[in-house]
Design a binder for this molecule. Structure first.
Ligand SMILES: [Zn+2]
Length: 179
């Protein structure tokens, strides 16, 4: 921001901070180098998340690469991004909707089959081929990541994605698969 939305001051300072991705409903995901604007007069702070759509996509991609079980809120994020209700998820896995609710609220650990299915569906929705999904899932124990950190300064990157500005002739960031 160049002008404070609270007090109208133009006395704004900028810095980069580490920020937990609570906008996405997951406390486990961290944004590095998040642009923060602070009003020197009233103290109001604003965070900007650039390339929001691509970042949201990268969060899903990275959550699927975790070498540990998904938490309830991670499961819930992936489910919502698939436009699936908790009831639909329960039906597709073959469990009672109450079970999904307990997982997502963190009362009990997410069942392994639910964890694997939500990752598989997510990777398929992100455009991965089934062959690659199988390989990625099999390699999770050795090659998975133990935390999700997204560096907003360098642009989203990771072992599965690269960034390009040259496709479709636009200014927007476009993601292509590297494998
Ligand atoms: Zn202000």
């Amino acid at each position: 921001m160049d002008q404070c939305v609270i007090c109208g001051s133009t006395n704004i300072e900028h810095e980069c901070v580490t920020h937990r991705a609570e906008e996405f409903g997951v406390r486990s995901v961290e944004f590095l180098n998040t642009p923060l604007a602070r009003c020197r007069d009233c103290g109001d702070e604003a965070i900007r998340i650039p390339r929001y759509v691509q970042v949201a996509r990268q969060i899903r991609d990275r959550l699927c690469a975790l070498n540990r079980a998904l938490t309830g809120e991670e499961l819930a994020l992936l489910r919502r991004e698939l436009n699936m209700t908790a009831t639909e998820l329960a039906r597709r896995i073959g469990v009672n909707p109450v079970s999904v609710s307990r997982w997502e609220q963190g009362h009990v650990p997410v069942q392994q089959v639910a964890d694997r299915l939500i990752r598989t569906w997510t990777l398929a929705a992100l455009g991965y081929a089934w062959r690659d999904i199988d390989r990625l899932m099999q390699n999770l124990p050795e090659n998975g990541i133990d935390r999700v950190q997204i560096d907003l300064a360098t642009g989203p990157d990771g072992e599965y994605w690269i960034e390009t500005h040259h496709r479709f002739g636009g200014q927007d960031t476009v993601w292509v698969m590297t494998r």
